[in-house]
Design a protein around this ligand. Structure first.
Ligand SMILES: [Ca+2]
Ligand SMILES: [Ca+2]
Length: 83
C-alpha cells in the first residue's frame, strides 16, 4: 500500500526512461541509438546497414524507403496466387 502511495506522489519513479527521450539510449535494443544513426529506435529491425526489406519502411536508414530492397521468401506456404 505504501508503494502505491509513493508512486502517486512521485510519478517520475514509475517509468523514468519514458519521460525523457534520450538520443544516446538504444530503446529497441538493436545496438544503435538515435545519435548512432538509428532512424527508427522503436523498431529493432531498422538500423544503419540493416537489410532493406520491401515492407514500406526505411530499414537501413538510408533516407529512402525500400531502396534496392529484398523480398522475404515465406517458403512453402499455401498457394496465394488465387485463380
Ligand atoms: Ca536502436
Ligand atoms: Ca533504405
Amino acid at each position: 500500500m505504501s508503494v502505491l502511495l509513493l508512486l502517486a506522489c512521485f510519478p517520475e519513479l514509475e517509468a523514468p526512461d519514458t519521460l525523457v527521450d534520450n538520443p544516446y539510449r538504444d530503446y529497441d535494443g538493436d545496438g544503435y541509438s538515435t545519435i548512432d544513426g538509428d532512424c527508427d529506435d522503436d523498431d529493432p529491425a531498422s538500423w544503419p546497414g540493416a537489410p532493406e526489406i520491401c515492407d514500406g519502411k526505411d530499414r537501413d536508414c538510408s533516407g529512402t524507403v525500400d531502396d534496392d530492397c529484398i523480398t522475404l521468401d515465406t517458403g512453402d506456404s499455401a498457394d496465394t496466387s488465387g485463380s
